[in-house]
Design a binder for this molecule. Structure first.
Ligand SMILES: *Cc1c(COP(=O)(O)O)cnc(C)c1O
Length: 750
């Protein structure tokens, strides 16, 4: 396969009609004649963006003198050296290996300080050798470098796909050929391209190794990733962290076992409870009136507190049994994380395995910014007894394709992971036809994070996230008394750079989060998650006279090409992944300003939300400000912030274990109950309101009045504001006599 990685030449004289210019152009031509692209530049320009180009180059040739500095002009040469040093530093911060050559006419290595010299791969002297000879030398180094880039599995896959072997195995499209036999197939083929289809192979191809039994190049890549992430074992998973969580659980949880679970957990963890027949004991997180889920207070992790919950659970027979797993959402949707060392020191040996659901946190191990605030990694002390697992969605914050995920394991002093046993659980949840492009993306995403490059990527996204917060603050300051959006987080941000972890620690009674008396140093907010709060409500849940529910803002943004990750009542959230660009967040700032302008002018929806109002003509002539305030008034009237907070914090009483309630559904031993008659009934379904997407009731739990009131509110709201519906998974919607009716499948006769 031919790759596009030019040799980048930086020489002020590249386009000049002088000896120096013609010398360097001869070299460029010789490089091109050898079949490699050469790209000539006349200055470093903006150093940072230039250094980022290092990702696209096969090597750099930097000229260090020209006509001007060939005079004995000492000061000028100092500048040249300084520019050179800054450039080399900026490149090496991201890339230790790309070859850098110096090109000189009069100067020699004697003139170059050692801190620069030792970063170089060679010194080319004009006119000493023929351009052809120099070109071949450079290209050889460039090729060695390019060859070293692809990690093991990806390298084998490229090799296999480009070899053009005929395949008799699945998939049946045979390297894409099947698509060529039909017009719509042709479109598919042209859209995705030959390589994607050639690389879509099945596990009969031996030279690529096997994901399912971790052999060959796949295994080499998993070992490579384990080294990069600093863990004892690392497994690639091609069905998302939803599956990674189930694999970890099934390797250690059996029917009737006690499990300790963050109530704010992903539904895959609740699915695991149901599938494995576990008896959950929940730890309750805090919550504020913006609807942001806070940390589980440290006291909740104290063993005495957990034992109390076990003692009072009617479904746990053996109150002294060792809980099999503790699962914590490590980085909530809004970016709250825990000090894992503190959790380990409280629960090591009290629970068989400590599991951190780090779907949103694969980046943390690469910067000291997050020291101890993630599950496992280099220089992290082993627990004495408990195994530690982390499950990470490579596709959420790193460069993985959708469903790319990984399981990381840290062994304890006393217990090693038994890979054979563990793999039985892995097999139970993994397709026998894994998608090889996803495996390759797991492989590449890990290789990209190899320090120093990975550290630079993470710290750059933190830097962008902070610049965004500063930009939003500046706009706010300039508007003065006038309204503007706030970004949720500590009240002060360091003026420059990324600062340190300390700036983002949650302290007891901080007014910005309102999560109460938090323990010292137990939690931090990850600044790359930015929750943007819209006007209308304060942190105590008091409604303002005017207000802008977030769903209106995010609809507006969507029509202007900006899709946000999650929308709450008065907040929405975006994240700064390693794919963030300045263009992207600056566009968000300007679109928010457009929104403000349209809001302040009360512009009719047919003008500012044309697609939405075409779908819902009843809003066509309604002004943006009017619709926002009508919905706001409805929220205020129902005191919805407090209603949802209290609902989430209310006591959920289990009437039967989750797996038993779910079994009732499998046996159709259920009854569809209207929400008007739900109180005290036992749900057979997960009930999950969006926002916030956190399960509210779990199969086997009883509906209390608060929850029923909320469901009725949601029904009234949806009736009144079509197009702005709140979605609640687990509700069955029907229409009776032209009116919307909502039901939940409940356990019969209970
Ligand atoms: C997204 C998410 C998952 C599931 O990850 P997928 O890769 O989408 O399957 C698990 N846990 C948490 C906390 C998540 O946010």
């Amino acid at each position: 396969m031919k790759l596009k990685f030019p040799v980048v030449i930086i020489d002020e004289d590249f386009r000049s009609e002088n000896i120096s210019g013609s010398g360097i152009r001869d070299l460029a031509e010789a490089i091109e004649n050898e079949g490699m692209e050469a790209l000539g530049m006349t200055s470093y320009g903006d150093l940072t963006s230039f250094a980022q180009q290092a990702a696209r180059a096969s090597c750099f040739i930097l000229s260090i003198d020209d006509e001007e500095f060939s005079e004995p002009d000492f000061d000028g040469f100092v500048d040249v050296i300084e520019n050179l040093r800054n450039f080399v530093k900026a490149v090496r911060k991201r890339n230790e290996d790309i070859p850098i050559f110096l090109y000189g006419e009069t100067k020699t290595s004697r003139n170059i300080p050692n801190d620069i010299l030792r970063e170089l791969h060679g010194f080319i002297h004009m006119n000493e050798d023929t351009p052809e000879f120099v070109a071949r030398h450079i290209i050889r180094e460039a090729k060695v470098y390019l060859d070293s880039l692809a990690p093991p599995f990806f390298k084998s896959l490229i090799h296999y796909a480009s070899e053009g072997s005929y395949s008799w195995h699945c998939p049946g499209h045979s390297g894409g050929v099947a698509f060529l036999k039909s017009p719509v197939g042709q479109i598919f083929h042209q859209f995705f391209g030959e390589n994607m289809l050639r690389a879509d192979v099945c596990n009969a191809v031996e030279e690529l190794g096997q994901l399912l039994d971790h052999t060959g190049p796949v295994a080499a890549s998993e070992r490579n990733a384990a080294r990069i992430f600093g863990v004892d074992h690392l497994y690639f998973v091609t069905n998302g962290t939803s599956t990674s969580n189930k694999i970890v659980w099934h390797s250690t949880v059996a029917p009737g076992d006690i499990v300790i679970v963050d109530r704010n957990c992903h539904k895959s963890v609740l699915h695991s409870i149901m599938m494995m027949g576990a008896i959950p004991v929940f730890l309750m997180p805090t919550r504020n009136n913006f609807g942001i889920i806070g940390p589980i207070p440290k006291e909740e992790f104290e063993w005495s507190n957990i034992q109390k919950k076990i003692d009072s659970n009617p479904f746990i027979k053996d109150k002294k049994a060792l809980p099999r797993v503790l699962t914590i959402t490590q980085s909530t949707y809004d970016g709250v994380v825990y000090n894992v060392e503190m959790i380990k020191s409280m629960l090591d040996g009290r629970v068989d395995s400590l599991h951190f659901d780090e779907a949103w946190l694969p980046h943390a191990t690469f910067s000291d910014f997050y020291k101890n605030m993630h599950a496992v990694g280099r220089d992290r002390a082993r627990p004495k007894k408990s195994l530690v697992f982390a499950t990470q969605s490579t596709h959420k914050l790193l460069a993985g394709l959708s469903q790319a995920s990984q399981i990381l394991v840290q062994e304890s002093d006393e217990r090693k992971l038994d890979p054979t046993c563990f793999n039985e659980s892995y097999l139970m949840h993994t397709s026998t036809s894994p998608q090889y492009a996803i495996i390759a993306s797991c492989d590449v995403a890990a290789a990209m994070m190899e320090p120093p490059g990975g550290t630079a990527l993470v710290e750059e996204s933190i830097a962008e996230a902070l610049d965004f917060r500063r930009a939003m603050k500046k706009v706010d300051d300039e508007y003065g008394e006038d309204w503007w959006f706030k970004v949720w987080g500590p009240n002060t941000i360091v003026e420059d750079g990324i600062g340190t972890q300390d700036d983002w620690i949650l302290h007891a009674d901080d007014s910005w989060h309102n999560f109460g008396k938090l323990a010292d140093g137990f939690n931090m907010l990850d600044p790359i998650k930015a929750t943007i709060v819209t006007p209308g409500i304060d942190i105590d849940g008091n409604f303002g006279v005017e207000g802008i529910p977030a769903s209106i803002v995010t609809k507006y943004l969507a029509e202007h090409g900006i899709i946000v990750e999650k929308t709450g009542l008065y907040s929405f959230f975006i994240m700064f992944t390693i794919g963030i660009t300045k263009g992207r967040w600056n566009t968000l700032v300007t679109e928010l300003q457009q929104f403000k302008d349209h809001y302040d002018k009360n512009m009719p929806l047919w003008r500012c939300l044309p697609e939405f109002s075409a779908k819902y003509p009843k809003y066509e002539r309604v002004g943006l400000k009017d619709i926002a305030n009508t919905i706001h008034a409805f929220y205020r009237e129902h005191d919805v912030a407090k209603m949802t907070t209290e609902m989430y914090l209310s006591d959920m009483i289990p009437a039967m274990p989750p797996s038993e309630a779910f079994a009732k559904m499998a046996h159709r031993d259920i009854e569809r109950v209207s929400i008007d008659h739900l109180e005290n009934r036992v749900t057979a379904m997960l009930v999950t309101p969006y926002p916030p997407g956190i399960p509210l009731l779990i199969p086997g739990e009883r509906f209390n009045k608060r929850i029923v009131d909320y469901l009725k509110f949601a029904r009234d709201f949806n009736e009144k504001f079509p197009g702005f519906e709140t979605d609640i998974h687990g509700l069955v919607k029907d229409e009776i006599d032209g009116k919307k009716a909502y039901f939940v499948d409940c356990v019969r006769d209970l």
